[in-house]
Design a protein around this ligand. Structure first.
Ligand code: PEP
Length: 253
């Protein structure tokens, strides 16, 4: 059985003061999680050392929201996978739809970042998802296949063992309108089948998260679906009670 992963994506939010309080409050509630549930926070880059310190004696995992496609050199403003690893990150979000839509990250760039993250010892959380127009045009599977295929063109399917996929329909992100458990499950199953056609064992091990307006009220029914192995949480991850409620919502063990 795959373990549950609940990953908070703080996006461009927080201050030293608010993060001190948020992490202390999350730490205080971690005992109430099922022992196989992993809770993770993906912080803005500058706060990584702070959160590294705050999670030193905690099971809360630390991740970043972005990584450079380059390893080292004259790339002003970039942060490498090795740098993130050096400051205690285990995970990094790659290909979030906000990076794809607002910062011009193509399928190709996202795939390059995945490779670089793994080379630096990080577990990439590779996001895919369709827009509302694409869903309404019945193109959801086409889009998901294209995004995943761009990744599979760059890696060996076996590399997916040290990664996580996330299905995040763009129309559900930050809108309060989550996919129904059935809608999400259908896409998760499609993704797992696509991987299974290449390697069944990898597909069975692979964690696939759902993201898009997950709350304490809908998390349990989403996480109960057979191919949903946790969540990528935006807004609700900025509140310790809400985040912990979501972390407690599933028990797949
Ligand atoms: C996200 O940004 O990955 C996300 C899922 O956001 P929200 O939970 O706020 O919809």
């Amino acid at each position: 059985m795959r373990a549950l992963l609940v990953a908070g994506n703080w996006k461009l939010n927080g201050s030293q003061a608010s993060i001190n309080t948020l992490v202390a409050d999350i730490n205080a509630g971690l005992d109430s999680l099922h022992q196989t549930t992993v809770a993770l926070v993906c912080t803005p880059c500058v706060y990584i050392p702070l959160v590294q310190t705050l999670t030193q004696n905690s099971t809360l995992k630390l991740g970043a929201q972005n990584v450079s496609k380059y390893e080292v050199g004259a790339y002003t403003g970039e942060v490498s996978a090795l740098m993130l690893k050096e400051f205690g990150c285990d995970y990094v979000i790659v290909g979030h739809s906000e990076r794809r839509a607002l910062f011009g990250e193509s399928d190709e760039i996202c795939a390059q970042k995945f490779v670089m993250a793994q080379q630096g010892g990080l577990i990439p959380i590779f996001c895919v998802g369709e827009t509302l127009a694409e869903r309404e045009a019945n193109q959801t599977e086409l889009v998901i296949r294209r995004q995943l295929q761009a990744l599979l063109d760059k890696i060996d399917v076996q590399d997916l063992v040290n990664s996580v996929l996330a299905y995040e329909p763009r129309w559900a992100i930050g809108t309060g309108k989550a996919a129904t458990p059935e809608q999400a499950q259908a896409v998760h199953a499609y993704m797992r089948e696509m991987i299974a056609s290449l390697n069944k064992s990898v597909a069975e091990q692979l964690q696939i998260l759902y993201g898009g307006s997950v709350t304490g009220s809908n998390a349990a029914e989403l996480f109960a679906m057979p191919d949903i192995d946790g969540g990528l949480i935006g807004g609700a991850a900025l509140n310790a009670d809400k985040f912990l409620t979501i972390c407690r919502a599933g028990n797949k063990a």
